[in-house]
Design a protein around this ligand. Structure first.
Ligand code: SAM
Ligand code: SF4
Length: 324
């Protein structure tokens, strides 16, 4: 069985948010820090197991855990073990701010983790602190080194581009010259609660792209089912540069991912006006067929593209709800 929408896009990649909680205060996401909501009960281990079991039967073979900060969950290693016990999961990834990584990466790797995206919005300690609220650049950079050292297969850095703040390409190029790391520039996206930050700092990724091309970087051809990132390489650099440009033309054409929030809601588009609640069907393992039917039906409502250009940002106040 295959997950495909009305526009012939196939979905073999699930982004699963496991918490909304976070210990950073990124300006574009949670500038006041995480505010707990007692009504929000995050997915249990058994619910996560039922989600993963069902999506693997629907052809999903890559899962990324995200949040909030996914590694803040006390049962994080158990979650990894449960997911990696499914033989059809070929890639088990996390997106993390790195704050819990140094001490734990070896255990996580043993539990099946094989790909890591670490968010680093600047290699200047001052700017890193200004953007994230945390004076931790040195430690987070060590997380990248450590992940490479222990042999994590894919190590990437996520950098949210902010105009006149962290947009000096030179700083990043020096860093990836001798490190086999993909650094991904993500265009700042508007969400329900970050309009001011968006208006002030949004920078189109193609300004970076133009500089890369002028310096001899070459666009890599897309492999089958690769997502919307445009990836550039250069023979003088071990690392690569990726660009995620949600405001660019045709961005949504290569959408290959579905998202389930830590409250068990299926978001078929990050900027959609609705999400489909799966929770009542996550209680027992024998509800799989009903769950599949609901997932299929909701996929039929997945729109062809988002309407971010019209500032229609959907239902999410910020990306800590669903993980970007
Ligand atoms: N806490 C983890 C982290 O920061 O890596 C995982 C969750 S975070 C929401 C996932 C990714 O989304 C991060 O790389 C973060 O920088 C990015 N992000 C958050 N808000 C964003 C926004 N408004 N526009 C673009 N990227 C955003
Ligand atoms: Fe936390 Fe990640 Fe949001 Fe930063 S981007 S506040 S680390 S959830």
């Amino acid at each position: 069985m295959q997950l495909m929408d009305n526009y012939q896009r196939r979905f073999q990649y699930l982004r699963l948010s496991i918490t909304e909680q976070c210990n950073f205060q990124c300006q574009y996401c949670l500038p006041q820090g995480y505010q707990p909501n007692k009504d929000h009960q995050f997915l249990s281990l058994s619910e996560i197991n039922n989600i993963v079991g069902t999506f693997t039967e629907l052809g999903v073979h890559k899962i990324r855990l995200t949040g909030g900060e996914p590694t803040l969950r006390r049962d994080f290693t158990d979650i990894l073990s449960i997911i990696s016990s499914y033989p059809s999961i070929k890639e088990l990834a996390i997106t993390t701010n790195g704050s819990r990584l140094l001490k734990n990466i070896s255990y996580w790797q043993q539990a099946g983790l094989n790909a890591v995206n670490i968010s680093i919005d600047s290699f200047s300690p001052h700017l890193f602190k200004l953007i994230t609220g945390q004076d931790k650049l040195k430690e987070i950079v060590q997380c990248v080194e450590k992940s490479l050292e222990v042999g994590i297969k894919k190590v990437k850095i996520n950098t949210v581009l902010m105009k006149n703040m962290n947009d000096n390409l030179k700083d990043y190029l020096a860093w990836i010259k001798y490190r086999p790391v993909d650094l991904r520039f993500i265009e700042l996206m508007e969400t329900g609660k970050n309009n001011d930050v968006f208006n002030r700092y949004h920078l189109a990724g193609n300004l970076i792209e133009t500089q890369l091309l002028a310096q001899g970087w070459q666009l890599q051809s897309k492999v089958a089912l690769s997502g919307p990132a445009k990836v550039y390489s250069h023979s003088d650099y071990q690392g690569k540069i990726g660009l995620i440009m949600p405001y660019s033309k045709d961005f949504c054409k290569s959408c290959n991912r579905l998202r389930v929030s830590s409250l068990g809601k299926l978001h078929y588009c990050l900027f959609g006006d609705a999400a489909v609640d799966l929770r009542d069907l996550l209680v027992r393992a024998d509800q799989k067929e009903q769950l599949k039917a609901r997932i299929f039906a909701s996929l039929m409502s997945k729109p062809e593209k988002h309407f971010l250009h019209d500032h229609k940002v959907g239902i999410l106040p910020n990306l800590s709800y669903i993980g970007g």
